[in-house]
Design a binder for this molecule. Structure first.
Ligand code: NAD
Ligand code: USQ
Length: 397
């Protein structure tokens, strides 16, 4: 299969590109390198020493003989180039990772809010519109998020895979209907993913595009078998207050002896998946596309759920580091239950990597090994959800 990986230089996109290439697919990475520029703007760096995309691809070819091409293109800004590229290359499928993905960054200031909406919504729409304009039958696999469902909306009822069956009262009795699960985003970033869902629903209905939307939980870990082949292929590891996600942040914090930064009580329950399983899920989704005329195919791409506080206590007990309960900079439920249906990937052969298997390796091979590269001043989360909210950065003044 010829696969375009949009956002193929990023944390999920890079290991996915290598995995698909290793499976024998022809892979083209399309990325505008905006994520690297945001690092420069925020004056932060990946904990792991990531190499320029050109060098990454040269090393991959040198080690495996497999060629991955790179095209620097802005999905949200360069519509005509995208159309020309599709006509010239005729890909079979596109994996769409190319969005601004950090919730705290999306709440940072008006500029970041507007950038996140413009970049994510226009990028996704450009992709769909270009497929229709070219008339090509390109299957789309998009990385959505568990956050589209929100937390606690339906109490302890399991979150279904995308669709909810409801009863609609009418004068003639009740109608059974299947609807997209109500959207309940918790940040401007998560809101863009709920808007993506509507774009997909429309283009699947109107133009019969074949679309898979993967509602992924928080990805943890760093390496896959392919990125671990050579240090020059290493995946990125974000730990700063905007882009670092909770479990990887705790692993890095423990490695440098920084108190673990629990927001609020830590009663927030979230869904997680290891990066090794992310790449496998994408491959499974590519191999099982919907047919033309089908509704959007939705998978919940998660393997385990944990309460933030339990993760912190677990890592503290393994490493001896303290847990710090900090003011929560986010406007989110203090605590929530989370019960997620995740049958589809399991039935298609996914064998999950569990926290108990991967945590020690991650702490040793990434956290401790690259600890000297950490800048502790970048750890505290400073982006607040509403003006006037206190953060732990305020306490440190
Ligand atoms: P990332 O920021 O590391 O990677 C995104 C990549 O897309 C970057 O390389 C960036 O340069 C590129 N990009 C962004 N806008 C672009 C544009 N307009 N044109 C071309 N390229 C563009 O993010 P990630 O962690 O790899 O996440 C990838 C996708 O997976 C995102 O859509 C995110 O919402 C989703 N996701 C991530 C996680 C997670 O925990 N990392 C969890 C659930 C879902
Ligand atoms: N949290 C802490 N301490 C920290 C960092 C986070 O307690 O140091 C808490 C947050 O307040 C939140 C939870 O941990 O309650 C998760 O935060 P996160 O930053 O790990 O994850 P989130 O902001 O939800 O975003 C990440 C990715 C995003 C993806 C999402 C999947 O950045 O791209 O869509 O996970 S999900 O959460 O399932 O929607």
């Amino acid at each position: 299969m010829k696969v375009f990986v949009l956002g193929g230089d990023g944390f999920c996109g890079w290991p996915t590109s290598l995995h698909l290439s290793a499976q024998g697919h022809e892979v083209v990475v399309v990325d505008n390198l905006s994520r690297r520029l945001i690092d420069v703007d925020l004056d932060v760096d990946s904990l792991t020493p990531i190499r320029p995309i050109e060098e990454r691809l040269e090393v991959w070819k040198e080690l495996t003989g497999n060629e991955i091409r790179f095209i620097n293109l802005d999905l949200a800004q360069e519509y005509e180039r995208l159309v020309d590229l599709f006509i010239k290359e005729q890909p079979d499928a596109v994996v769409h990772f190319a969005e601004q993905r950090a919730a705290p960054y999306s709440m940072r200031n008006p500029r970041a809010k507007r950038y996140t909406v413009d970049n994510n919504v226009t990028g996704t729409h450009n992709l769909l519109c270009a497929i229709v304009e070219t008339g090509l039958d390109i299957a789309v696999v998009h990385l959505g998020t568990m956050g589209v469902y929100g937390y606690g909306w339906s109490g302890s009822a399991p979150i279904p895979e995308g669709y909810l069956t409801v009863k609609v009262p009418t004068p003639d009795g009740e109608l059974d209907r299947e609807i997209l699960h109500p959207a309940n985003p918790g940040s401007v970033y998560h809101m863009t993913k709920t808007l993506d869902q509507l774009l997909f629903a429309f283009y699947a209905k109107n133009d019969e595009l074949r679309i898979t939307d993967l509602h992924q939980g928080i990805v943890w870990g760093t390496q896959t078998p392919e990125t671990a082949l050579d240090e020059r292929l290493i995946n990125r590891f974000d730990y700063d207050g905007d882009y670092g996600t909770v479990l990887n942040r705790f692993i890095m914090q423990a490695a440098i002896g920084h108190p673990l930064t629990v927001h609020g009580t830590g009663g927030q329950t979230r869904a997680f998946i290891h990066i090794k399983d992310t790449v496998r899920c994408i491959e499974i989704a590519l191999n099982n596309p919907p047919n033309r005329g089908d509704k959007v195919s939705v998978f919940n791409q998660v393997t385990e759920t944990y309460r933030v506080n339990d993760l912190a206590e677990l890592i503290a007990s393994l490493t001896g580091v303290e847990v710090a309960y900090l003011p929560n900079p986010r406007n989110e439920a203090v605590e929530n239950d989370l019960n997620v249906t995740r049958d589809r990937f399991l039935s298609l052969g996914l064998t999950p990597t569990t926290l108990s298997e991967g945590l020690l390796e991650e702490t040793r091979d990434i956290g401790l090994k690259y600890a000297p590269r950490a800048d502790p001043s970048k750890i505290i989360a400073r982006s607040v959800w509403k003006a006037g909210m206190e953060t732990s950065a305020d306490l440190m003044r």
